[in-house]
Design a protein. Structure first.
Lengths: 493, 447
């Protein structure tokens, strides 16, 4: 019963959080956004003390149920482990706690967060790791499915589904996502929660607390016959059946041991139980499916190549834009400053999943690896959109209204005269000025007093908010004649 | 649902109906192929002949070869003509009495003549008339024009051309620049004398003044025929009435192009379709436009760029034989035209002369999408509109479907290289800018 409850709750959380990453329409977030916000590390970084206190209390009461239910990476490992157990039953065994490894990793993790270059932190933080996997590996599959439906909807003249573009935002992050799922997957397959009990910093922190949890699995030594079945089914490898002891710092309260014990010797209780009167407890024979073909896990090997739509013969070929080298990188409105963003962002990729304009993609720069940054080669930061600030669980991108956004300067436009089509092609353009939402660009003659000279944009930096409409819609290719430089600290104009 | 889909459904349902009735006696006769109207006759086509055109007997339905079906190029980029489909369409058309095929060296990105030639070559030369044009828009030198003329013979695999046209004249000095000053006109007159051109005429796009000027050369060049645009929507408001009446007075046979305005007269607002259907439930909306174009006496043939078999079949039915419009029906159509004109569609016929846009836009696709939304009532005027949510979604989702993002109106820089190619004289940059601003309002919800 306890185990079933755990599984049902875990499934609900897992599916909902995954859906949050897959949903590109921005509708689910209003309902499920809180599930990202109650993740431990994002809550900690957002200084969301309420959530942190709540999670600590939860752990004090029930043990590490967080790891079994709320953490999507934990549940993902349980899925891998389930397949592993299908192949080989009773595959686990007790192993002593690797204290030095846990503490060293935790220490490194904290240092990494404090120093500000959070690569290590982003690599091993459970929510970030799962976000990376969901965004890079699951989302494309979901989007292809959606595009299939969109294709059918189009045939049926329905507007229920619309096509979305599937593309790899960063090959580095994509590669890391593949590496993450392979490493964590294999560890889970073979040893259950090895990752959670050696590497995961959240696991280590919650482990401190769960030692003192009120409710926990306890072994009734009078009933126990020392068969060791519990230990061989403990994915946390924390039951020492010989000594009838359980390492509660590693126990994730999955309740598997309770169900696996044929003598009913283990119960979820707040103290070691004394001898029970009822010797003949109903020993439930766990349903055993002897054989099942091992189905393929998520097929992540598919060659994913961002495919552009086909072009008709009668259309001019459009060269892809290349993003310029920006001196200062761009972070979304609401992040306050590059530093605030770097300090709070866990690189979970939720905003990258949510961005409908193709603006956000994970950085490949080492000092902020996988943290999202903005680029305008595929789209620009549209005035009506505040999706990234809506979804961010860590406070890296603070909630912002449309009005605030339209007056928040995240960067400023820079003109590169030699790329401008009015100079190179001798045509009248002004597309940047026409699309500037703040009216920061006016067109002026390139030669003073010569009304026939080519007209070029004159940018009033004070009015520019750095949204990138000009850069994205500039006809010059592959390099735009106008591009946006980021600002270290954002300001209101 | 557009005309094509409707016909498909009708076709399928009648076909299955026919199959199910096979073997048992039909009671209500509605299950025969072709529905209540029966099969398409092969020997009822209306033909037109004129003393000035000798023995020529031209089918009132002419095949416009500007919109041949295409398929994705198996070698990668772009599209190519689906020759099998073209052969099938041409065979079917000839079998049902069509004998006039109108092409040009520039149609379907320059592949139309060759494709048409291949399809026609499979029929006896005397069983069809072929029309093509001197489309020397970009380079009107004598050498280039001559090369284009000779090339047409090669592509069409013929040793004479039945109907030869000066392509799109009447605007400004086009005749002088493209045909007289370079000596082509004298050359073409000689060719007509030699029999390599049987009839010489021109296709007209321009103003009344330009038209008068063209006809002032009639004594000198003797135009055998003239091709104009004519439909019931523009009849009273535009020059079409003047053009036709002037030609009729001079006894010059008239070829009608764009009788459907590139499909705009079959893709109509629902209540207009309802109005037409109420009058003649079995006839398509398009058939009215074709009957209007074919009814006047001086019409030689009415061209239709039929991409789909269903279009061809529908038109064959309309013209086998042509039932001329009654005076009362004529008035009814003018009234219908007034209703249609209330819809602010952009007069784009999807001819693609404006393409390719140097900045990669898909101009006709943008305009066609806009018109579709106009006709379907998906252009909300404000957020207070009853169907604002659905209309907004239909417009924006449909926009992304019809036009790839990089080819949408917001990429128009206004270089205006397109406008002077437009036979409908649309101010394309202005329209694109208007659509772009509208899209922005929809996206930002500031309508």
């Amino acid at each position: 019963m306890l185990r079933k409850t755990r599984i049902i709750l875990a499934a609900i959380f897992y599916i909902a959080i995954t859906a949050l990453f897959l949903d590109f329409t921005g509708t689910l977030h209003a309902w499920l956004g809180w599930m990202a916000k109650i993740q431990f590390l994002p809550a900690l970084l957002a200084l969301n003390t309420g959530v942190v206190v709540l999670l600590v209390l939860l752990t004090l009461l029930f043990g590490r149920v967080y790891c079994s239910v709320i953490c999507p990476l934990g549940v993902m490992q349980d899925i891998f482990a389930w397949f592993g157990k299908k192949v080989k039953k009773n595959r686990y065994s007790y192993s002593p706690e690797k204290k030095w490894l846990r503490y060293i990793v935790l220490a490194l993790f904290i240092v990494s967060l404090l120093v500000g270059t959070g690569i290590l932190a982003h690599l091993i933080a459970p929510y970030s790791a799962y976000g990376r996997i969901a965004n890079n590996l699951l989302a494309p599959i979901y989007q292809w499915g959606n595009n299939g439906l969109a294709y059918l909807a189009e045939r049926a003249e329905s507007y229920a589904f619309y096509e979305t573009e599937v593309w790899i935002r960063s090959t580095t992050t994509f590669a890391i996502a593949i590496a993450s799922i392979i490493i964590i997957g294999i560890l889970a397959w073979r040893g259950g929660r090895t990752w959670c009990n050696t590497i995961c910093p959240v696991g280590t922190v919650l482990g401190f607390v769960s030692r003192f949890s009120w409710l926990k699995p306890v072994i009734d030594t009078t009933k126990c016959n020392g068969c060791g079945l519990c230990a061989r089914n403990c994915k946390a490898a924390c039951i020492n059946s010989k000594e009838h002891s359980i390492d509660y710092s590693r126990c994730v309260a999955c309740m598997d041991c309770i169900e696996s014990c044929k003598k009913g010797a283990i119960s979820y209780d707040h103290r070691p139980r004394k001898a029970s009167s009822n010797e003949e407890s109903s020993s439930v024979d766990t349903s055993r499916r002897t054989f099942l073909t091992t189905t393929a896990v998520v097929a992540a090997t598919t060659a994913i190549k961002a495919q552009e739509k086909k072009v008709d013969g009668g259309l001019a070929v459009i060269e892809d834009k290349i993003a310029p080298e920006r001196q200062t990188h761009l972070v979304p409105p609401g992040s306050l400053s590059a530093r605030n963003f770097a300090q709070h962002c866990t690189a979970c990729q939720l905003c990258v999943s949510a961005c409908p304009n193709g603006v956000l993609s994970p950085s490949t720069k080492l000092d902020r690896l996988m943290q999202p940054e903005m680029s305008y080669d595929r789209g620009y930061c549209r005035p009506e959109c505040t999706k990234c600030s809506d979804v961010c669980p860590t406070g890296a991108i603070r909630p912002i209204t449309r009005e605030q956004k339209s007056s928040t300067q995240v960067g400023h436009a820079v003109f590169i005269m030699k790329n401008c089509v009015s100079i190179t092609d001798g045509v009248n353009c002004g597309n940047c000025a026409r699309h500037c939402p703040t009216g920061a660009i006016q067109m002026v003659n390139s030669e003073e007093g010569n009304r026939r000279s080519p007209r070029i944009p004159a940018i009033n930096i004070e009015r520019c908010i750095g949204c990138g409409a000009c850069e994205n819609l500039c006809p010059a290719r592959p390099f735009s004649a106008i591009y946006v430089e980021g600002h270290e600290r954002h300001k209101e104009i | 649902m557009d005309r094509r889909d409707f016909l498909k459904i009708v076709g399928i349902s009648t076909a299955t109906g026919a199959a199910s009735l096979c073997g048992c006696k039909s009671k209500n006769e509605s299950g025969v192929a072709g529905g209540e109207l029966g099969p398409i006759p092969t020997d009822k086509m209306t033909y037109r002949s004129f003393p000035t055109l000798g023995d020529d007997k031209v089918s009132i339905l002419g095949y416009g070869c500007m919109r041949w079906p295409t398929i994705p190029n198996p070698e990668g980029r772009g599209e190519i003509i689906d020759q099998d489909a073209v052969n099938e369409l041409v065979d079917y058309a000839i079998e049902h009495g069509v004998n006039y095929f109108d092409t040009s060296p520039v149609y379907v990105q320059g592949w139309s003549e060759k494709s048409t030639g291949i399809a026609l070559k499979r029929h006896p030369r005397e069983s069809y008339y072929v029309a093509t044009k001197l489309s020397n828009f970009s380079n009107p030198t004598f050498e280039n024009s001559l090369a284009m003329y000779r090339h047409s013979f090669e592509e069409l695999q013929v040793d004479y051309i039945d109907y030869y046209l000066l392509h799109s004249v009447g605007n400004g000095n086009t005749l002088r620049q493209r045909y007289i000053d370079n000596g082509m006109m004298d050359f073409l007159m000689e060719e007509r004398k030699a029999g390599r051109i049987r009839r010489l005429g021109f296709s007209f796009h321009g103003s009344k003044g330009g038209f008068d000027e063209m006809l002032s050369y009639h004594d000198q060049y003797h135009w055998d025929f003239v091709q104009i645009q004519m439909n019931y929507v523009d009849w009273n408001g535009s020059d079409a009435k003047y053009l036709y009446e002037t030609l009729a007075e001079k006894k010059i046979p008239v070829v009608i192009m764009e009788p459907l305005l590139g499909g705009r007269l079959s893709k109509l607002p629902d209540h207009v379709v309802g109005r037409l259907k109420q009058r003649k439930p079995e006839s398509s909306a398009a058939s009215w436009a074709f009957r209007f174009a074919g009814s006047p006496d001086m019409i030689l043939t009415v061209l239709s760029g039929m991409t789909y078999m269903e279009h061809l079949q529908d038109n064959l039915r309309t013209y086998s034989p042509l039932v001329p419009l009654s005076e009362e029906e004529r008035v009814f159509l003018y009234e219908t035209g007034e209703l249609i004109k209330q819809y602010p569609t952009i007069p784009c016929n999807d001819c693609k002369y404006c393409m390719p846009c140097p900045y990669g836009l898909d101009i006709p696709a943008i305009l066609v999408h806009y018109n579709k939304c106009v006709n379907e009532g998906n252009i909300p005027k404000s957020q207070q509109d009853e169907n604002y949510r659905e209309a907004r979604r239909a417009f924006l989702v449909g926009y992304d479907r019809s036009v790839p993002k990089l080819r949408q109106a917001n990429h128009c820089i206004g270089c205006n290289k397109c406008s002077h190619h437009c036979p409908q004289r649309i101010n394309i940059p202005r329209e694109l800018r208007r659509i772009d601003e509208y899209v922005e309002k929809l996206k930002q919800e500031t309508l």
